[in-house]
Design a protein around this ligand. Structure first.
Ligand SMILES: C=C1C[C@]23C[C@H]1CC[C@H]2[C@]1(C)CCC[C@@](C)(C(=O)O)[C@H]1[C@@H]3C(=O)O
Ligand SMILES: O=C(O)CCC(=O)C(=O)O
Ligand SMILES: [Fe+2]
Length: 375
């Protein structure tokens, strides 16, 4: 598929802050037809042409410092990230019981009555809470999904209880255990993300701590996607074609499957494996490595019979970190992208412009139009 056929999505429609979500997908899923706002342009409805089958990156040997395993991991990561920006890891340290506990517990949140979920809906300008089809922000090409998102820093001591406190204050004390499981999972995702940052640095010929240090006290976003079945799964998406604007994303999909990546000329399905995490490079890391690695174009498709869930951990540096590639990756001193902070890109992608396929290209003109903040 040429880049011209990967449509970038319109910017967000500014909405009044009180517009309630209008779409209860768990009612709509029984209908033969779906609201027009969920119908995507034909040019985006490109079929799947294969299966992603690149080798898994085994982290066990890398974490233990085994030289041969490290060299193999570097080779696989470098090839994948140079080509399309996606690889899968095994022996990552997140145990199966914890992963299954997250799905089990978070299902109880999505199973709540719709009005109750709206009670902790994601507010405009924020990212914490429940959203149905992002209808609070978008009015076309709506994604057929409910999401539950929560920020996670994990460094300061109060973050130990921040997750649990959110669940009990927003959802009630019956959800204390959901918070505990979520907290444990976020801790594990933070650990895994820092290991991946070391592997990425080494694969780019940098010191292993080069990127890690920017991410040790960033606020990442833990999100659960819940995709109800859809009778018109062939003309809509769970999550449409996009690149993640953040640095990297750690994605786990349940047994149903639906994650697809674009390898430059075709869409490949990523077969779900419960013992595997997908890692996709995002826009911010692409800038952090001066474009050496590609921000992965990916999407989540639906099916007509089964609900599908995925757990995505969007990894971010500390807000004020200036995203600038190291000298070693900048040839004849001309970086590909202007310097920016994650805070500014997050504000753009979360609050002002719908993240899609060309978020960075749309971001820099917006950034240069902003009043300069006196330093
Ligand atoms: C900054 C962000 C916006 C999104 C959540 C984080 C990182 C990933 C972004 C997103 C998932 C990219 C695809 C489109 C999007 C609208 C979505 O489908 O959820 C994006 C997220 C968002 O705007 O909520
Ligand atoms: O559901 C999936 O498999 C991927 C979702 C995704 O890409 C996202 O939430 O950014
Ligand atoms: Fe994504």
């Amino acid at each position: 598929m040429s880049s011209s056929t990967l449509v970038s999505l319109p910017s967000m429609e500014p909405k009044d802050g009180n517009s309630l979500h209008r779409f209860n997908l768990n009612e709509l899923k029984r209908q033969a037809n779906i609201p027009a706002k969920f119908l995507w342009p034909k040019v985006d409805l490109v079929g799947t042409e294969g299966v992603f089958d690149e080798p898994l990156v085994d982290l066990e040997g890398f974490v233990k410092g085994d030289e041969i395993a490290t060299a193999k991991a570097i080779e696989l990561v470098r090839a994948a990230c140079t080509n399309h920006g996606f690889f899968q890891v095994i022996n990552h340290g997140a145990d199966a019981d914890l992963i299954q506990a997250v799905y089990r517990e978070i299902d109880t949140v999505f199973e709540l009555p719709f009005d109750k979920k709206l009670g902790f809906r994601q507010k405009l300008g924020g990212y914490t809470g429940f959203s149905s089809a992002h209808a609070e922000r978008f009015s076309t090409n709506l994604p057929w999904k409910e999401t539950f998102s929560l920020g996670y820093r994990g460094t300061d001591s109060d973050s130990d209880s921040a997750v649990v406190d959110y669940f009990t204050s927003a959802l009630g004390h019956d959800f204390e255990n959901v918070g505990r499981v979520y907290q444990k999972y976020c801790e594990k995702m933070r650990e895994l993300s820092l290991i991946i940052m070391e592997l990425l640095a080494l694969s780019l010929g940098l010191d292993r701590s080069y990127y890690r240090k920017f991410f040790e006290d960033g606020t990442s976003v833990m999100r659960c996607n819940n995709y109800p079945p859809c009778k018109k799964s062939d003309v809509t998406f769970g999550t449409g074609p996009h690149c993640d604007p953040n640095s990297i994303t750690l994605v786990h999909q349940d047994h149903v499957g639906g994650l697809e990546i674009f390898t430059g000329d075709k869409w490949l399905e990523v077969p779900p494996r419960q013992d595997v995490f997908g890692i996709n490079i995002g826009d911010t890391f692409m800038a952090f490595c001066n474009g050496r690695y590609k921000s992965c174009v990916h999407r989540a498709i639906l099916n007509e019979e089964k609900v599908r869930r995925s757990l995505v951990y969007f990894v971010n540096p500390k807000e004020e970190v200036v995203v600038r590639p190291p000298e070693d990756l900048v040839i004849n001193s001309s970086p590909v992208y202007p310097d920016f902070t994650w805070a500014s890109l997050f504000d753009f992608a979360n609050n002002r412009h719908r993240a899609g396929l060309q978020t960075l290209q749309d971001f820099f003109p917006w950034l240069s139009s902003q009043p300069k903040v006196p330093t």
